[in-house]
Design a protein around this ligand. Structure first.
Ligand code: ADP
Ligand code: MG
Length: 441
């Protein structure tokens, strides 16, 4: 059954996720329809239970016709006497806390506060792999994606996890700007040697937002050498940027090519369920009582940036505290009303969406609204209908009418079609994300 399961997972997971989750798990026994599986950490256990266990039930049923219940145990988790455990963990965590302060890691940005969803699953899995085995797998690990999607968070999480495993590891987190400033200061103060010593002796170097290396020739030169030294010593390097290295203007070719040695993973905006899960987690951690429909409402209002999503929650919380009333959907609506104009600068119209789609696919508005059945037009037309449905308040008949007088069932069909494609087709995912981004500007 395990072999079979592995094959099934291999089909549905990306290789890093497969390595991160499936490879690390060991089947122990199958007795009385209970499949006991050993996993390396509590984090793995949680991930398995949340995301992977349903497949076991499914495949188990397929193979045995019976109901298989998976149970997860954590490796090396022996029941020690309470006292010893407590003492040990406080000692270790003291060191970890001190070292994570030294490394400038934000204690809130850990793996266990990170909600996994479609847009960040792969990045999360890669981060875990690297945190568990720094320098050995993906080096450098490169995260890219829009603002407020969790790049910095994941990067810090790697640092925390590495410190938890190796409390005296030397870790350094910097933004590319601080790296540049440190470098320039070291020249002015004639402390280049100390600067090099500092950066080239770490076990894990985290450099955030390297798009700001653009235009900084000298800094790039210095970073090139830092990179080489660390890389050759088998030290882990993790980088983030808002775009791929080769899209960063004036980034030296030799850096671009080095960054491609490891793994680049993008983080895309969270879907609605992930946004709700993030809000739920945040609300729970702050002991806020918020009904589910209110969380869904908030998650529905802000759809591209997790920092703004958190901001919205804070706003609702403050609003409730000030007015002395419980958090409800209508209170949230009031609290967020004044936010709307800022976060959605202009009301999107169907026409605006049509124009943007036409521009993106280089087709004519006349064709988009017309009746041609060639694929190069049909897909953009369906995407434009889909976006009109998703992003505007227009009714289905109204949308149909704006597309050259089509029936509302055509709009429903287009919407379903694109929704399906979005689940499987990464090209479409990317294209729609791009168009949405254009629309947001
Ligand atoms: P970026 O570096 O990509 O701009 P950040 O890592 O700073 O984004 O994330 C912005 C905020 O959103 C942070 O407060 C972070 O904790 C939170 N956040 C991002 N992704 C997640 C996630 N998957 N789960 C929980 N919180 C998240
Ligand atoms: Mg960041």
């Amino acid at each position: 059954i395990w072999k079979e399961l592995e094959d099934d997972y291999r089909k549905i997971l990306t290789p890093p996720s497969f390595n991160a989750w499936i490879e690390q798990a060991t089947p122990i026994s199958l007795e009385n329809n209970i499949l006991t599986i050993e996993v390396p950490s509590a984090l793995h256990k949680e991930y398995w239970e949340k995301n992977l266990a349903s497949k076991i039930v499914e495949t188990g049923f397929k193979l045995t016709g019976g109901e298989i219940t998976p149970v997860f145990i954590i490796q090396n988790e022996q029941p020690k006497t309470e006292e010893v455990v407590v003492k040990k963990t406080t000692e270790v965590s003291d060191i970890v806390i001190q070292n994570s302060k030294k490394a400038l890691l934000n204690p809130k940005y850990a793996f266990d506060t990170f909600v996994i969803g479609k847009g960040n699953q792969m990045a999360h899995a890669a981060a875990l792999v690297v945190a568990e085995d720094p320098g050995a797998t993906y080096n450098p690990l490169f995260f890219y994606g829009g603002v407020g999607l969790g790049k910095t968070h994941l990067m810090h999480a790697i640092g925390h996890q590495m410190l938890a495993n190796q409390p005296d590891a030397k870790i350094k987190y910097v933004t590319s700007e601080s790296f540049a400033n440190d470098f320039i200061n070291s020249i002015q103060n004639r402390t280049s040697e100390a600067f090099r010593q500092e950066y080239r002796s770490v076990d894990l170097l985290l450099v955030d937002d390297i798009q700001f290396f653009a235009d900084k020739e000298g800094t790039q030169e210095e970073f090139f050498h830092t990179f080489n030294t660390l890389y050759n010593d088998g030290r882990q390097i993790v980088l983030t940027s808002d775009r791929l290295p080769n899209e960063i203007p004036k980034l030296q070719e030799r850096l671009v090519s080095r960054f491609a040695w490891g793994l680049s993973v993008d983080i895309t905006p969270p879907d609605l369920e992930t946004r709700i899960a993030i809000l739920r987690k945040k609300a729970d951690s702050e002991n806020l009582e918020i009904p589910d429909d209110t969380l869904s409402y908030i998650a529905g209002q802000i759809d591209s940036n997790i920092r703004e999503l958190e901001g919205a929650l804070v706003r609702v919380q403050a609003y409730s505290a000030m007015s002395g009333s419980e958090i409800t959907t209508s209170l949230a609506a009031d609290a967020l009303k004044s936010l709307k104009p800022a976060s959605r600068k202009k009301e999107l119209s169907i026409l605006l969406i049509q124009e943007e789609v036409c521009k993106y696919y280089h087709i004519k508005l006349k064709d988009l609204k017309g009746k041609k059945r060639v694929k190069t037009i049909v897909v953009p037309r369906q995407i434009a209908m889909f976006l009109s449905r998703e992003l505007t308040d227009n009714s289905l008949p109204k949308i149909g009418a704006e597309f050259g007088g089509k029936d509302h069932t055509t709009v429903i069909h287009a919407h379903e079609k694109i929704q399906q494609l979005l689940e499987t087709d990464i090209t479409i995912q990317k294209e729609i994300t791009d168009i949405k981004q254009q629309l947001n500007q």
